[in-house]
Each structure stands twice: as structure tokens, then as C-alpha cells.
Design a protein around this ligand. Structure first.
Ligand code: ZN
Ligand code: ZN
Length: 216
């Protein structure tokens, strides 16, 4: 009997025939950060290896969310993928026909030092750097949210947790890549062209709380 780890209480007994060794998890209340307002939903997440991807279903109940996730996964397995970049410039692509997404292209951006195609790192001015040249990146004149200045105000533990939570939320949204902290006007995490603003401590609390509900 296949079960899915749940944020609270007993594991959920799966209704669909997932592979025994596939990692699956779910929760009754997941918070989704969205441009058009945050909302709460039951969710079911699968992490298949072939193809290596992340599939997430949502619904009014766990059953519904699992079915939604299962249907998406079945479509991924039989789809003749046609990948497109959409707004991404880092090489990440989305299938036009199903919910499959993966790093399938070369980045479109070039290292400002050696001109190699890269999406490894950017400076505060928006110049790109490959891994090798990222060490030559100029310092941001604005103090970093996660720099030394902030150490006194934000406990180390909370800082670490916030980073983990942000990385998780970007992943859930299908946005892979390096998560960067910046403090231009206000603290935020950015990943590719998406961002999570951390204007208030309430938002920081919500971010950590929803991450904990799913992962602890
Ligand atoms: Zn496809
Ligand atoms: Zn370079």
C-alpha cells in the first residue's frame, strides 16, 4: 500500500498506482504565493526520476489533488514534448502540451567577462557571471538583507530557514535556479525573473510556516 507523507497526522493512503519507490508528499493546507493573491489549497506532489521532474496537483481535497497530480504525470509520460522558453532566459523550458518542465536549453545570457553562455550569477546591475568569474563580481553598494548588517536583527536560524523556504517555494512553482537575496528598496528573494518580497515580518512568518507544514 503506497502512502504519501503528510504535513500533519497519519500518512495519506494513495488512490493512484504510483511506483512504490517514487517520492510523494501531500498536505491539506498549502499556501501558494501568487501575483494575484496568496491562497490555500490541498496539494499532492510527486518527484519522478524518469523523466526527472516535479509534478504538483491541487484540489479541494487530498483525493482531488492526488488525481490532479496523477493526470498531469500520465500526460507527461505519453506526451511528445515540444519545449519552449517562455520568459525564461536561463535554459529552463516548458512543454507546450503538458506540465513537464526542465533545464533543456543553453542559457541566453553571457558572462560579461568571458562571453561564455551562462545563467550562474548576476550582480546588482544585472550583468551575468559564469561560475569561474562570479568571484570577480562587484559588491552591491546597498547592504544585503542577509549580510552582516542584518545579523543583529534576524536570528541566524530564521535566516537559514527563510532561505530554505524560498528555495522550496520557487521549486514548487517550477522555477529552478539560484535563489538570490537582495535588499534594493526592501528585502526579497529572486530566482530567475520571479521574486518573493519580504516586506513585513508577517510575510516572513507565513513563508516559514507554510514551508514547515510541508517539510517537517
Ligand atoms: Zn509534454
Ligand atoms: Zn566567465
Amino acid at each position: 500500500m503506497k502512502t504519501a507523507k503528510k504535513s500533519f497526522g497519519d500518512p495519506y493512503i494513495c488512490q493512484q498506482s504510483w511506483d512504490e519507490d517514487m517520492l510523494v508528499q501531500c498536505g491539506e493546507k498549502g499556501i501558494v504565493f501568487s501575483d494575484s493573491g496568496n491562497y490555500s489549497t490541498a496539494f499532492f506532489e510527486a518527484f519522478p526520476e524518469k523523466p526527472h521532474c516535479f509534478v504538483r496537483g491541487e484540489g479541494n481535497s487530498l483525493k482531488e489533488a492526488e488525481k490532479n497530480c496523477w493526470d498531469k504525470y500520465q500526460k507527461i509520460l505519453t506526451c511528445d514534448h515540444e519545449m519552449e522558453r517562455r520568459k525564461r532566459t536561463d535554459g529552463y523550458g516548458y512543454c507546450k502540451h503538458c506540465s513537464y518542465s526542465s533545464m533543456v536549453f543553453e542559457p541566453l545570457t553571457k558572462c560579461c567577462k568571458c562571453k561564455k553562455l551562462t545563467a550562474y550569477d548576476t550582480d546588482h546591475k544585472g550583468n551575468w557571471y559564469c561560475k569561474k568569474h562570479s568571484t570577480t563580481k562587484p559588491k552591491n553598494p546597498n547592504p544585503s538583507f542577509f549580510g552582516d548588517d542584518e545579523d543583529r536583527r534576524l536570528p541566524r536560524k530564521e535566516k537559514k530557514l527563510l532561505k530554505k523556504a524560498a528555495e522550496y517555494h520557487f521549486k514548487v512553482a517550477g522555477i529552478n535556479g539560484r535563489v538570490i537575496f537582495s535588499y534594493l528598496c526592501y528585502p526579497k528573494f529572486t530566482c530567475s525573473d520571479k521574486r518573493i518580497n519580504l516586506i513585513s515580518s508577517r510575510i516572513r512568518k507565513t513563508l516559514i510556516q507554510s514551508y514547515r507544514e510541508r517539510n517537517e
